[in-house]
Design a protein around this ligand. Sequence first.
Ligand SMILES: [Zn+2]
Length: 140
Amino acid sequence: MDEETQDVEIMPTDIVFDCPHCGHNLVVDYRAAGLQVPCPSCGAIIQAPIPEGMHLEDLDSDPGELLSQLLQTRRMLVKAEAVAQQMGEKVAEMTQQIADYRKTLLAVKARVETLQEAADLANATRQDVLDIIASAGGGK
Ligand SMILES: [Zn+2]
């Protein structure tokens, strides 16, 4: 059933897809991307898919222009990677700062709790002293 595609050597640039009508596996040259082609199996007119990231205008460009675009893309990629690395370092730095702030915050919180405990203790002691004074005063 798939004798056409089995006999054909599939090139890396070929577009492989299934006919949406009969499911027949089809292989077309990349230059056919986006074109209406008849399905060799069921005869339906189907559109060859455009590979992801490919622009139809790429097909009209000559190889020299494509090569210069490729080189330009690679240069941009190298720059983008450098920026990504810088951002990664910045994120690591900020994460460290946040961890430091967190530590400081926890230390302050612990100190506030200690002060609160001391204040509670002072209050309780003061009440005890007042009670003692009251009872030493002969009561009623
Ligand atoms: Zn078909």
